[in-house]
Design a protein around this ligand. Structure first.
Ligand SMILES: CN1c2c(nc(N)[nH]c2=O)NC[C@@H]1CNc1ccc(C(=O)N[C@@H](CCC(=O)N[C@@H](CCC(=O)N[C@@H](CCC(=O)O)C(=O)O)C(=O)O)C(=O)O)cc1
Ligand SMILES: N[C@@H](CCS)C(=O)O
Ligand SMILES: [Zn+2]
Length: 797
């Protein structure tokens, strides 16, 4: 049973009770006497990734900005039409973005960092400014770095981190929100603008100057939000969704007070405006009393992640007030068909307490995190397909649920049959997999010797110089390489022709790495579509889709595999390519694998057993691959775990349990080899400061980790913790086409050498290079090798 948080948070605000009473006096703006269905956001990449393709064409100069805008408009119109057709009452607008909704919010409030002012003075267009902030700008004598990017809560979506300085001011700059509301209104859609709320906007950003707290900027920020709301109301908006997902995090009393004051002011300014406050991905937890008391008309609950909070909300706070609830019953984070029986229990419980007219139903969060349309999947097993739902189907589920509440029981029977079929299907269970996981002993997760012993053995064996250089695995996945795979799929190339072309690319990249003098080489990952999908395609218990794309950042998309059953490895997965590559060089060739937690995190995972059990099943499969690589003569093996931080529960109280099983899964995968074999891991796209000791507990011999965008800030945490093993702090940002100079990398390495022992330092980029083009890659890596050489010379003086 979910327990109501301690009421201590009630005490710190005398104003709280006043606002509850205020709201009760307020007349309900719900006009309908039926249950509303609404959506928090729809995928914006387009069902055929039209936006991705158009953005990339624009960036390479193949289409004009007008053409890009036209593609974007079509996507918005299609999304609105679809939602209208599915009977959605409040259709989201402003959920469209060319890159990221947090970046859009920064532009909305004019939070443009100083370094882009020169572009504004040159009067570059707003969309170009947005792209410059997201991707960096190196043109016409300007050389401006991109803004930082990080994980959006515990998802594989990445947002651009707002930058704040003391004394910062804001103004209503980008009019996208009002423009898109008017665009929808013109087409007669009942549009509900979706805006990242002011408090979460501040909390999700970073202070760029010392000595102030970004929440103190709320007084300057709020007037801009009030101006936005004023414009929206003038334009005819009746319902506005303010997303405040930070209410899913552990917040201190000061932050909660900011919520109270902010929403009081919004309510005071717009008492007639229907504000729908949405948080998702977790329970409201200790923030619940405050959330319940905010003077908003509707509070959205993620009932997928936190079903138990409903009882307490209904029993305690709600019955006596006029607050409406939006029940997030349809999973916005996974692709399984909704269990109508379970959802209806929640809906009916809420309806019985509040009545239909105070209930709306919705997905648990924005549908940004699931693919567009299951109808496009023509090659799936019909049995398994019948267990699944993508964004379009999830809209239908909302409609079905309302129809069932209104008496259409046939829909319920069909759903029950599908849910029963999945629960009892023989496709899911494999006894030998379950037995192997159950037979685990502590020794399975331990290397033979401790790190210092292994380090001596490995350093003697490899004879690498100080500051050894390496890369993270992938080299540019050019159009030519992707075309090869597309032609193979279409049957235009035979497997032999495809493999011969990949072999050629691999040999070329090996020669080039040798030429520029890298120390530990990689094979380039040309044979892989994606670092998770590639493994998913070779493991049993997984299925993969043809078109199940989800936005990861900017124009970059992923096609997460679906884990539907027990996982096993029927054959070697990477040995063929790693041994081919090693045979073509005398240098060390790193084997390249994705770790169990990342495979889990970047897949759609079965929800019929604990995630830890699925992670362990994957771990054993990866361990077998690690051992097979060692047996094939590969002496350095990297097991990437970029998503280990992403999987961390949002609430501190749940973290220890997760970290225990996640670290153990990694260790199972890495511990089958001899001391001589050097295990690397790699992490990126996250802030790692708060899990350093668990990263250390993974006991990889070397970790290569993203640090450059944050100017090596992370290393203080590693140094503070006295991180024992070897570490390669990324010396340049691979997300940007910008070419780093040797000098800037030397200065980052000097910073690193002050904090960590030189003997333990490696030199490498932040992450793999698959998203980059060759010209910039060649310059960047040559400069990087030069930077390492300078560091060696300095060390020998
Ligand atoms: C490292 N990151 C990853 C994350 N998640 C993953 N699952 N994988 C990752 O690598 N999360 C954190 C980070 C950052 N995120 C990303 C996400 C995505 C990319 C990326 O480069 N994505 C590619 C798509 C990659 C892919 O699978 N390509 C396939 C299919 C290619 C394709 O689209 N083919 C066309 C036909 C082509 C033609 O005819 O010309 C088609 O099928 O329609 C492949 O290579 O085979 C992207 O471009 O978005 C990077 C970092
Ligand atoms: N080996 C992968 C890791 C990305 S996080 C790559 O280089 O792309
Ligand atoms: Zn990475």
């Amino acid at each position: 049973m979910y327990t109501m948080p301690s009421p201590s948070v009630y005490i710190f605000s005398k104003t709280l009770l006043y606002y509850i009473k205020e709201r009760e006096r307020h007349v309900s703006p719900f006009k309908q006497s039926v249950m509303i269905i609404h959506n928090l956001g729809y995928p914006r990449i387009g069902s055929q990734r039209e936006l991705k393709k158009a953005c990339e064409s624009y960036w390479t100069g193949k289409i004009t900005l007008d053409e890009l805008q036209a593609t974007a408009r079509n996507i918005r119109l299609q999304n609105w039409a679809l939602q209208q057709q599915k009977g959605i009452d409040w259709i989201p607008c402003n959920d469209f973005s060319f890159y990221d909704q947090v970046l859009d919010t920064a532009l909305m409030v004019g939070a443009v960092p100083q370094r882009y002012r020169t572009l504004q003075e040159k009067k570059i267009r707003e969309t170009d400014l947005l792209f410059a902030m997201a991707r960096g700008y190196q043109r016409d004598g300007d050389d401006i770095t991109a803004m930082e990017m990080t994980k959006w809560f515990d998802t594989n979506y990445h947002y651009i981190v707002p930058e704040f300085t003391a004394g910062q001011t804001f103004h209503f700059f980008s009019r996208k929100v009002t423009d898109q509301f008017l665009e929808a209104k013109k087409e007669n859609y009942a549009a509900k603008p979706v805006i990242l709320g002011p408090v979460s906007f501040l909390l999700l950003g970073k202070e760029k100057t010392a000595g102030f707290n970004r929440l103190s900027l709320i007084d300057k920020l709020l007037p801009v939000y009030l101006e936005v709301l004023s414009q929206l109301t003038k334009a005819g908006a009746e319902v506005v969704q303010l997303d405040e997902p930070c209410l899913s995090l552990d917040l201190d009393e000061a932050a909660l007070q900011v919520f109270i004051d902010t929403y009081a002011q919004i309510h005071a300014a717009f008492p007639q405006l229907h504000i729908l406050l949405a948080s998702y991905f977790e329970c409201y937890g200790k923030n619940l009393p405050v959330a319940l008391a905010l003077p908003v008309q509707t509070l959205h609950l993620d009932l997928v992640r936190c079903p138990l909070q409903l009882d307490d909300i209904l029993e305690t706070a709600i019955a006596n007030t006029s607050l409406h609830l939006s029940l997030g019953v349809v999973d916005g984070r996974n692709i399984w068909k909704n269990d109508y029986t379970r959802s209806l229990q929640q809906i009916q419980k809420a309806v019985s307490v509040l009545g239909k007219d105070r209930i709306a139903i919705a997905p648990s969060c924005s549908l940004l995190h699931v693919p567009c349309d299951l109808d496009n999947e023509t090659a799936l097993s019909p049995e398994i397909k019948n267990w699944m739902a993508f964004a379009k189907q999830k809209l239908q589920e909302l409609k079905d649920l309302r129809d069932i509440v209104n008496g259409n029981t046939a829909l319920l029977d069909t759903n029950k049959a599908a849910i029963h079929n999945r629960a009892t299907s023989p496709l899911i269970h494999r006894k030998e997999v379950k037995d192997r996981v159950a037979a685990f002993t502590a020794a399975d997760a331990r290397r033979n010797s401790t790190f210092p012993v292994r380090q001596n053995i490995q350093q003697q064996q490899f004879g690498l110089p100080l500051f050894p250089t390496t890369t993270i695995g992938s080299f540019p996945q050019t159009d030519d390489i992707r075309q090869l795979r597309a032609r193979l799929k279409k049957g235009e190339l035979t497997t032999e022709q495809y493999e011969a072309a990949i072999e050629k690319a691999t040999i070329e990249v090996i020669r080039w790495q040798e030429e520029i003098g890298l120390d530990v080489l990689v094979h380039g990952e040309f044979e892989r579509n994606d670092m998770v999908e590639y493994f998913g395609e070779q493991l049993q218990g997984f299925l993969f889709t043809k078109n199940g794309w989800v936005q990861s950042y900017g124009s970059r998309c992923v096609k997460p595999p679906v884990i539907f059953g027990d996982v096993s490895r029927p054959a070697n997965m990477t040995v063929r390519w790693s041994s081919f590559a090693q045979a073509h060089t005398d240098k060390l060739m790193k084997g390249m694998l994705t770790g169990p937690v990342t495979i889990l995190q970047w897949s759609f995972v079965r929800d019929d057993q604990p995630r830890s059990t699925t992670a362990n099943q994957i771990a054993w499969a990866i361990r077998d691959e690690v051992v097979a690589l060692e047996q094939a003569g590969i002496k350095v093996i990297q097991i990437d775990e970029p998503a280990i931080r992403e999987g961390l529960p949002l609430r501190k109280e749940n973290r220890a349990a997760y970290l225990e099983w996640a670290v153990q899964a990694f260790r199972i995968s890495a511990s089958g080899v001899k001391d001589e074999t050097q295990i690397h891991t790699h992490m990126c796209y996250s802030e790692f400061n708060d899990i350093i000791e668990h990263i250390a507990a993974m006991d990889a011999d070397v970790i290569t980790i993203e640090t450059s965008r944050s100017q090596m800030e992370l290393l203080d945490a590693f140094a503070g913790f006295k991180y024992p093993n070897e570490i390669g702090p990324g010396v340049y940002d691979i997300h940007s086409p910008r070419q780093p100079s040797a000098e800037e990398m030397i200065s980052l390495l000097e910073k690193a050498a002050v904090t960590l022992p030189a003997r333990n330092l490696w030199v490498n980029p932040d992450c793999g290079l698959k998203t980059r083009k060759w010209p910039e890659t060649k310059v960047a890596l040559s400069n990087m090798v030069r930077a390492a050489e300078v560091m060696r010379e300095k060390a020998s003086l």
